[in-house]
Design a protein around this ligand. Structure first.
Ligand SMILES: CC(=O)N[C@H](C=O)[C@@H](O)[C@H](O)[C@H](O)COP(=O)(O)O
Length: 230
């Protein structure tokens, strides 16, 4: 299936954290507008309400996800019905958890892919955690494979992106490989592009000011941050 995601795109993931000051559809729509002004090629957004709010302010392609259920298991667009909701709200592609973990509805991934293609008519971005999951997702019919879930399914979360997984998948699958997860700096972007990424997704570094503030505050020397003002 032809993807509306252009090669060489920077995709901005406009997702809010529950309880954060920016946790609203309106805030994510503003983030999407800012991303478009800055040159983003697409937006990734969570849930029908946020997808609809972003659809109303931009013509950029939207990668829709629908996070439901327990975050320790399969929860990114876990079912066909959850995919249908974000497509009805305006998503142009659907991203979903394509790890090898058991799925909440017990249906095989291939069946979910077939229904999304046949009944919703949109391409599928498979969020994977490992090389084997990437191969399996492509074999099951994914249109694009993303490294989104590497570092989040056990064994600890590294500080930077999984450049090696991007490289291995890009050399092995006959579909675009999207780099996603912990891409925070221009150097990270160049590293995943050099590894063969078709497009690059950045979320936290752009759309989570609370995290980024804490991240930079943590770099302050302890004595400097507590010294009295003169
Ligand atoms: C693991 C998981 O649930 N990742 C989610 C996937 O949609 C989002 O929480 C991430 O923000 C997104 O993948 C972008 O990554 P980063 O925020 O690191 O640039």
């Amino acid at each position: 299936m032809v993807t509306p995601l252009a090669a060489g795109s920077l995709v901005v993931s406009c997702q809010s954290i529950p309880g954060d000051p920016f946790d609203s559809a309106g805030s994510m729509a503003l983030m999407a507008r800012a991303a478009e002004l800055g040159g983003a090629g697409a937006i990734r957004a969570n849930g029908p309400e946020h997808v609809a709010a972003i659809r109303a302010v931009t013509t950029l392609p939207i990668i829709g996800i629908n996070k439901l259920g327990d975050p320790s298991g399969v929860f990114i667009t876990p079912t066909f019905e959850s995919a249908a909701e974000v497509v009805a709200a305006g998503a142009d592609l659907v991203a979903l958890d394509a790890t090898l973990r058991p799925r909440p509805d017990g249906h095989p991934l291939r069946r979910q892919f077939e229904r999304i293609h046949q009944e919703l008519g949109v391409p599928i971005l498979a969020d994977v955690d490992t090389f084997d999951a990437g191969l399996a997702a492509r074999d099951a019919g994914a249109d694009l494979v993303a490294t989104t879930l590497s570092g989040y399914t056990g064994g600890g979360t590294p500080a930077g992106p999984d450049v090696d997984l991007v490289r291995r998948l890009a050399a092995a699958v006959d579909c675009p490989v999207v780099a996603e997860g912990r891409i925070r700096t221009p150097e990270d972007v160049r590293a995943v592009v050099d590894a063969g990424a078709y497009a690059v997704v950045v979320g936290t570094a752009i759309t989570n000011p609370t995290f980024m503030t804490a991240h930079l505050v943590s770099a302050l020397p302890p004595k400097w941050s507590t010294r009295p003002s003169s």
